[in-house]
Write a protein that binds this ligand. Structure first.
Ligand SMILES: CC(=O)[C@@H](O)[C@H](O)COP(=O)(O)O
Length: 269
């Protein structure tokens, strides 16, 4: 076969959430950057289409006299994903997202996170489930930061959320994926997108999440806290793409036995 006859690889169809398809499977946070310029440049370098914003911490128009994040990452170019970072109960989380909907002209796609305590920032699942139920009934499209427990993930799916986002490890810890087996159980059972959220430390963590079959990865600290955030943003973009390609290609099974790279059949001498 001539090289020019090589079959074209089918492009990845993209990440579909709540009926909308995004080219990039990498979602990024907007916190922890040195300034808005660095936020803008790193977000661009990541290739992300969706950027999440902590409504309680970041100015997106609440204070008209302060610089707005939306000048750096304009909603004309990015999908802004308001989140409830800093909320420790369902009531605060619901109120925060209702406020976000006002500020963003009826925007429906949101990220719910209800935290358990300040030490672990682990999700409080009973409060998360309660808030998810209220928000879904109120017409929101809810993506949910959750524990890597397949039963809780299924309960969220039954409530009608549009994506589950189990943590890889503690927020900001950079510890990577601590329980790939639990993630696999969630991926296997879910009919909605599964995105790893929190704990990614470097590019290989993102690639592993995608190789496991995650639909996407959300991260903040690994990029914003890197020595060179722009370069790390690019590394994460490439890692997510490489991991997805490897997942689609299908890895060889691991086996504890050698197998020669050059077959012996038909050997010349
Ligand atoms: C749930 C949550 O808050 C995460 O989305 C966080 O923003 C990202 O976690 P990392 O900073 O560990 O990537």
């Amino acid at each position: 076969m001539n090289m020019n006859d090589a079959p074209a690889l089918t492009a990845d169809a993209g990440l579909t959430i709540a009926g909308k398809t995004y080219n990039s499977r990498l979602l990024v946070g907007s916190g922890k950057y040195k300034d808005l310029d660095e936020t803008r440049l790193a977000t661009e370098a990541s290739g992300a289409d969706i950027i999440t914003v902590a409504i309680r911490r970041v100015n997106i128009g609440q204070d008209p006299n302060a610089p707005s994040l939306l000048d750096a990452v304009p909603p004309s170019r990015y999908t802004i994903l308001p989140n409830t970072a800093g909320c420790y109960n369902a009531e605060d989380a619901v109120y925060t997202l209702q406020l976000a909907r006002e500020l963003l002209n009826g925007h429906k796609l949101v990220k719910l996170e209800v935290l358990g305590d300040e030490k672990t920032l682990f999700p409080n699942m009973p409060e998360t489930l309660k808030a998810a139920e209220t928000l879904v009934k109120d017409g929101f499209d809810v993506m949910v930061y959750c524990s890597d427990d397949p039963i809780q993930a299924r309960m969220l799916e039954d409530i009608g959320v549009v994506a589950v986002m189990p943590l890889a490890s503690l927020i900001g810890s950079g510890m990577g994926i601590l329980n790939p087996w639990n993630l696999s159980l969630i991926i296997e059972q879910s009919k909605i997108p599964v995105l790893v959220d929190a704990g990614v430390g470097t590019a290989s963590d993102a690639a592993i999440a995608m190789e496991l079959g995650c639909d996407g990865v959300l991260m903040n600290t690994a990029i914003a806290g890197a020595r060179d955030p722009l370069r790390m943003a690019r590394a994460m973009k490439l890692a997510v793409e490489a991991g997805r390609e490897a997942f689609l290609a299908g890895r060889i099974p691991k086996r504890f036995a050698a197998s020669p790279s050059s077959p012996m059949a038909g050997r010349v001498v």
